[in-house]
Design a binder for this molecule. Structure first.
Ligand SMILES: Cc1ncc(COP(=O)(O)O)c(C=O)c1O
Length: 568
């Protein structure tokens, strides 16, 4: 099953909460008969790649489970302690003994509000009466989950790659077949079920490099600097892993924007890195100001070693598109302060506002001349999950590294090889994204029609969202210049803030929970992304189909007015 990298992680008697950790003081017990192994398995089975499952357990500090000695002793331990089903030694893995960094990880996009949304959906199915008939999940940037149709060409080629007998079928266009044959020829055993090279399939890395060159007006890109990844998330975490080291005041500090996409804070917590927050300027369309970068950096130097600057452009959750000038200023700052740049550009095709344009960090870096292009170290990230494709489930992505020390690059290659390879279907999909149908090919017209329709609908929804929110007293919304989200500011009455405190919730969580319970709309509270003290926001995706989005906006409007009235 290497194709989809699926495995099963069976969680043998993992405690749902911290176990008591008692120690067995009675030295001799009558050995009880061993239960058959299947009886030891509680129902917690998680589907994931085998490598990922192993990694997961390592993170929880339980690698010792796998040593033969430990296995022997755990059998003996079960014999000694299973009398009357009562354990006398407690669990090896408890909330107290597990990796503390994992406990610090938070991920609001799939947090408590989403868990409650799932529960409400179940209640609706069971016939529980609610003031609404469906839950609309506008919490996550998952286009297909919100009803977006796949791009025909992409799925045709993937179907052909998955089931090559279809290459004989007349319903598939010749260019789709040609692509599928090329991909299959580069796979082990001509099957996307084989592992690939850890860095990714060679010819796909070549296609990615050519795509970057075209995008950046001919600035060279080498396939050797391209690493294919399991979505952009995987590459971002891998890069951070390479960068984070040191102890105490010399621990690596990583600069991230606030509001931020919580992958970053979660990864930093997991790695025990120091998060250095720099604030985007809400009053200036969430723009990035170098003076604010400098303030954050200088303050952080007191307690850590700042070495990395992360930028998301176009921005999530704030939807801003950085100007060329701003990118140039950031690059100059990174050089001056000797920082490694991480440019998250997964929304590079999602630019809607007039006068805004996507500029890649790499292009600007090279246009600034050799003083910068040959010195500033950088990694940039892209993904198949966003833009017009929205193919999140295939987990395709890549990173390009620039000016990386060759010895570190060898370490990076070693690190990614531990995971064997990114999903091969995701790599195949990425190949089509970076190498789409050309004007003289049969699929071109349909491909362009579908691509343009998705992006035009997103642009329309971006405009509609901003306009509608700005008509609601107490909601202020910056233009959604790009990406897939809006992050409007909500003014909450003091009584609502007090009520939230009484309920033990942060005010915007209280607001979003009430919205979910009363209107069936699932948003993410601004506190999950970070925001200036005393301000409140929520993040909403603009992905629901236009008609549904209009309903969502109307319901939020009515709720907001009702909520404000209630606490005034
Ligand atoms: C800014 C940003 N970076 C990275 C990701 C991760 O995307 P994926 O791992 O699906 O490629 C997301 C997903 O929403 C994102 O918004």
């Amino acid at each position: 099953m290497s194709m989809n990298r699926i495995g099963f992680l069976l969680l043998f008697h993992l405690e749902p909460r911290g176990a008591g950790g008692e120690v067995n003081t009675r030295a001799e017990q009558t050995p009880a008969p061993l239960s058959p192994p299947e009886k030891l398995v509680t129902a917690d089975t998680v589907i994931c790649s085998c490598t990922a499952a192993f990694q997961f357990l390592l993170n929880l500090n339980v690698s010792q489970f796998f040593s033969p000695f430990r296995y022997q002793s755990s059998v003996w331990h079960r014999r000694k302690t299973a009398v009357n089903g009562v354990s006398h030694r407690g669990k090896v893995l408890t909330l107290d003994s597990m990796n503390p960094n994992v406990k610090r990880v938070e991920y609001a996009v799939r947090g408590p509000i989403v868990q409650r949304a799932v529960q409400i959906e179940k209640e609706l199915k069971e016939g529980v009466k609610k003031p609404f008939t469906e839950v609309i999940k506008a919490n996550i940037g998952d286009a297909h989950a919100m009803g977006q149709k796949p791009i025909t060409f992409l799925r045709q080629v993937l179907a052909l790659c998955s089931y090559p007998e279809l290459l004989e079928d007349n319903m598939f266009p010749e260019d789709a077949k040609k692509r599928a044959r090329r991909i299959l020829e580069s796979c082990g055993g001509h099957s996307i079920g084989a592992y690939s090279a850890s860095q990714g399939i060679e010819c796909i890395r070549q296609d990615v490099a050519r795509y970057i060159e075209r995008r950046d007006g001919g600035i060279p890109s080498s396939p050797d600097n391209i690493y294919l990844s399991t979505g952009a998330s995987d590459a971002i975490v891998t890069m951070l892993k390479l960068l984070v080291c040191g102890e105490g005041r010399s621990r690596t500090g990583v600069m991230i924007s606030i509001p931020q996409y919580p992958l970053y804070s979660a990864a930093l917590a997991d790695l025990g890195a120091v998060q250095i927050s720099y604030y985007l300027d809400e009053d200036k369309c969430w723009s990035l100001d170098v003076a604010e970068l400098r303030r954050a950096l200088n303050a952080a130097r007191q307690h850590c070693n700042p070495r990395v600057l992360c930028i998301i452009n176009p921005g999530n959750p704030t939807g801003q598109v950085q100007s060329r000038q701003c990118i140039e200023d950031v690059i100059r700052f990174a050089k001056e302060e000797h920082l490694f740049l991480m440019a998250d550009e997964v929304y590079q095709d999602n630019v809607y506002a007039e006068g805004c344009k996507f500029h890649s960090f790499k292009k600007v870096l090279f246009e600034m001349g050799p003083e910068y292009s040959s010195t500033v170290e950088m990694a940039s990230f892209h993904s198949t999950s966003k833009c017009y494709m929205g193919e999140c489930g295939f987990r395709g992505g890549y990173m390009e590294v620039i000016n990386m020390d060759p010895e570190v690059k060898a370490q990076l290659t070693k690190l990614v090889s531990v995971r064997l390879c990114p999903p091969v279907p995701g790599q195949a999909l990425l190949d089509l994204v970076v190498n789409p149908p050309q004007p003289d090919e049969p699929s071109y017209t349909t491909f362009m029609k579908e691509r343009t329709a998705v992006l035009a609908a997103l642009a329309e929804k971006a405009r509609l969202t901003e306009e509608t929110f700005n008509t609601v007293p107490g909601i202020t919304c910056n233009p959604v210049q790009g990406a897939m989200y809006t992050f409007p500011r909500i003014t909450l009455p003091q009584k609502a803030i007090d009520k939230a405190k009484e309920e033990g919730q942060v005010p915007d969580m209280y607001y979003c929970m009430r919205l979910l319970e009363e209107e069936g709309i699932c948003l993410v509270p601004g506190s999950g992304f970070g925001q200036r003290e005393g301000t409140f926001h929520f993040r909403m995706t603009i992905l629901p189909p236009t008609e549904k989005l209009k309903v969502v906006l109307q319901k939020i409007r009515e709720f907001h007015l009702r909520f404000t009235q209630e606490f005034s």
